[in-house]
Design a protein around this ligand. Structure first.
Ligand SMILES: Nc1ncnc2c1ncn2[C@@H]1O[C@H](COP(=O)(O)OP(=O)(O)OP(=O)(O)O)[C@@H](O)[C@H]1O
Ligand SMILES: [Mg+2]
Length: 242
């Protein structure tokens, strides 16, 4: 990451409430083009909620989200897809009765951008060629995650949000997807990776934000994070991360 780059995303004092509960409680961070930023923290710390707010699934209750110089908090997901934000889901929800190819076609029809990869390229690069004409319901969970990723990439995002994409992958698949994610970042895409697998986070991220109870408690490299008493306390003191 070159320090002179302007952030493509800036989140300031973000608040998201569910009833009286503050799932996000003043979260601030930024990400620059080409950077892979890890978002880590124990279960329930607000990682998915942060992605849901940044991707427009939820409107924030406070604070600001600025994407590419324009306020984006509360803007609907489909509009943000066209502005250049897309994401994968912790639990992918493909159209189960449609084939893999048709699922990607839907994403292209809905959010396809100039210069987006072709269906053939996506099927090849994300190891879905063999199952291209099978219904998404037939895929195993790793393949469903790859389909979810191709669906996001079909819209050619400049900011890609990955929510536990690597969970459930075997070591060889992890190495392979780490390489794919790094290759995407090398094209200038900003990527936020939510993950519990610290080895994977270590392998791919430039920097991490550690979340606890909806707030940032650490920002820096993972190597430094694991020596911070507050970070150790959060990971070892509470409910154990899966
Ligand atoms: N739609 C919702 N309605 C009510 N509470 C919610 C909702 N979404 C999230 N929460 C609550 O907000 C908190 C943060 O949830 P979130 O899913 O963001 O955590 P997370 O860090 O992604 O956890 P995990 O690592 O288990 O995926 C949790 O206490 C959760 O129960
Ligand atoms: Mg989550």
């Amino acid at each position: 990451m070159s320090p002179e780059k302007t952030p493509i995303l800036k989140v300031s004092k973000l608040v998201k409430r569910f009833g009286g509960f503050h799932a996000l409680d003043g979260l601030s961070f930024h990400v620059v083009p080409g950077e892979i930023l890890g978002l880590v923290g124990p279960n329930g710390s607000g990682k998915t909620t942060a992605i849901n707010v940044i991707s427009g699934l939820y409107a924030p209750d406070g604070g600001e989200v600025v994407f590419d110089g324009a306020s984006s908090g509360g803007v609907a997901s489909h509009k943000l897809v066209h502005r250049g934000i897309n994401r994968t889901f912790q639990v992918p929800k493909p159209f189960l009765s449609l084939t893999v190819r048709e699922n990607i076609q839907v994403a292209l029809a809905y959010g396809g951008a100039a210069g987006a990869p072709s269906i053939a390229e996506l099927l090849e690069e994300y190891r879905l060629k063999e199952v291209a004409d099978r219904p998404a319901a037939d895929l195993n969970s790793a393949q469903q995650k790859m389909l979810d990723l191709t669906r996001a990439l079909a819209t050619r995002p400049r900011l890609l949000l990955l929510d536990e994409l690597a969970a459930g992958l075997n070591p060889a698949e992890l190495d392979w997807i780490a390489g794919r994610i790094k290759a995407l970042a090398a094209t200038g895409m900003a990527i936020i990776v939510v993950e519990h697998l610290m080895g994977f986070i270590e392998q791919i991220t430039d920097r991490v934000i550690v979340l606890n109870a909806g707030k940032e408690i650490f920002e820096g490299t993972l190597a430094t994070a694991v020596r911070e008493p507050q970070v150790i306390e959060v990971f070892l003191g509470g409910e154990h991360a899966h």
